[in-house]
Write a protein that binds this ligand. Structure first.
Ligand SMILES: [Zn+2]
Ligand SMILES: [Zn+2]
Length: 338
C-alpha cells in the first residue's frame, strides 16, 4: 500500500487555493518528496506530516516552479537539524540548478546536514522493503525530464492460521518460509513454503508524471497502474498553447489513462484559468475514473483501488468537487488593492 499527499497542485504560479507543485509519497516508514515548489515546507506543516524522515527528494525536472521550495527546506533543516542528510535525485540539468540555488541559500552557513546530489538515469532509483522506485524519461521543455513508477513487488501472504494448525513455531522458521525456503521443524517434519503461503498477490503500482509534452510513448510504462497522477495544464481548446509550452491537455491525460488501463487517474498541475468542473469533464469524457487533485488531499493506494484519507482517519472514494479558484481579474484586483 502506498499513500500520497498533494502539497501543491498549481501549474507555473501559485493561486489562492493552490500551491506550487509538490507531492509526498509515503511507503511504510519512508517518505519521498516529489518536486518541491516554493512554499512546500509550509504545506508539509499544514498537512500535519512534519519534516521527520523527510530525506529523499525526487525531481521531475528543473523548472523553478518545481524546485524553489528546496531552498526554504534546506534553510529550515539547517536551523532545526531535522535530518542528517538530504538526498536529491534529479536529471543533470535540474541537479545543477538545485546546486546553484543551494549555494546561494546556504553560502557561509555551517551546514549541520549533508546534501547528496544524485543524477537520475532511466531505471531503478532506489529500493526499500518491497518497493522499487523507477525513473523513466519524459518529453518536456529542456533535457533530463523524468516521471516515476512506484512499484510494490508481488508477494504471497503468510497464512498464519495454516501455520498454527501445522504447529510451526514463531520466529526464524516462519521468516524462512516467507522467504521461500523449506524448513525442518524440531520434531523432524519438513515444511515447504507452499504449505503456508497463499496465492501470489500483485503489489501496488503508482505512476507519477510531472510536466510532459506528449504521452503516446508512456502507455507501456503506465500499464495497469492502480493510480496514475498526471499533469493537466490545459484544455483541449488550447492544444496549440499546450504544445508550445510542452504541456498536456486534460483530454490527453484521460486518453493515456484509458489506453494504459489504469484504475484511477488524478489530474495535477492545473491552471486557474479553467473552472475545475471543465477540467474534470474533459478528462472524464475519455476516462471516467478521474479526480482532480487539491492541495492537502491525502489518498491511500491499494492494488485495484484508491481511497481518500481524511485527516480524522475516515476514508471515502470520491472527494467533493473543488470550488472555482479566483479569476485573473479577481486576483489582479486583490493585488492592486494591496
Ligand atoms: Zn510546472
Ligand atoms: Zn516545467
Amino acid at each position: 500500500m502506498l499513500e500520497v499527499v498533494f502539497l501543491g497542485t498549481s501549474a507555473s504560479a501559485p493561486s489562492v487555493r493552490r500551491g506550487l507543485p509538490a507531492t509526498m509519497v509515503l511507503y511504510r516508514d519512508r517518505r519521498f518528496l516529489v518536486d518541491a515548489g516554493e512554499g512546500t515546507q509550509r504545506q508539509i506543516l499544514r498537512s500535519g506530516m512534519g519534516f521527520r524522515r523527510l530525506d529523499t527528494v525526487l525531481l521531475t525536472h528543473g523548472h523553478l516552479d518545481h524546485i524553489l521550495g528546496l531552498g526554504g527546506i534546506a534553510s529550515t533543516f539547517e536551523r532545526w537539524e531535522a535530518t542528517e542528510r538530504l538526498r536529491i535525485h534529479a536529471g543533470s540539468w535540474a541537479l545543477q540548478r538545485v546546486r546553484d540555488l543551494m549555494e546561494v541559500v546556504l553560502r557561509g552557513e555551517n551546514l549541520g546536514f549533508k546534501i547528496e546530489y544524485l543524477p537520475l538515469e532511466p531505471g531503478i532509483v532506489l529500493q526499500t522493503g518491497d518497493l522499487e522506485v523507477v525513473a523513466f524519461p519524459v518529453k518536456h521543455r529542456g533535457s533530463g525530464n523524468f516521471g516515476f513508477v512506484f512499484q510494490e513487488h508481488s508477494r504471497r501472504p503468510f497464512l498464519s492460521e495454516r501455520a498454527e494448525s501445522l504447529g510451526i513455531p514463531q520466529g526464524p522458521v516462519r521468516r524462512d518460509l516467507v522467504a521461500g525456503k523449506s524448513v525442518i521443524l524440531p520434531d523432524g517434519r519438513t515444511i515447504h513454503p507452499d504449505q503456508v503461503l497463499g496465492e501470489l498477490q500483485p503489489g501496488t503500482k503508482m505512476v507519477y508524471i510531472g510536466d510532459v509534452a506528449r504521452v503516446d510513448d508512456l502507455v507501456g510504462i503506465c500499464r495497469g497502474a492502480d493510480l496514475l497522477i498526471c499533469e493537466s495544464t490545459y484544455l483541449w481548446s488550447d492544444l496549440a498553447t499546450a504544445r508550445q509550452y510542452g504541456h498536456l491537455t486534460a483530454r490527453q491525460a484521460g486518453e493515456l489513462a484509458r489506453s494504459a488501463g489504469v484504475k484511477q487517474l488524478i489530474l495535477n498541475h492545473v491552471s486557474r484559468r479553467y473552472p475545475p468542473r471543465e477540467i474534470l469533464a474533459e478528462a472524464r469524457a475519455a476516462f471516467p475514473s478521474t479526480l482532480l487533485s487539491e492541495d492537502l488531499q491525502h489518498y491511500a493506494v491499494f492494488p485495484g483501488r484508491v481511497e481518500r484519507v481524511h485527516r480524522g482517519g475516515g476514508r471515502d472514494a470520491e472527494p467533493p468537487l473543488p470550488s472555482p479558484d479566483l479569476s485573473d481579474e479577481q486576483l489582479e484586483a486583490m493585488l492592486g488593492g494591496a
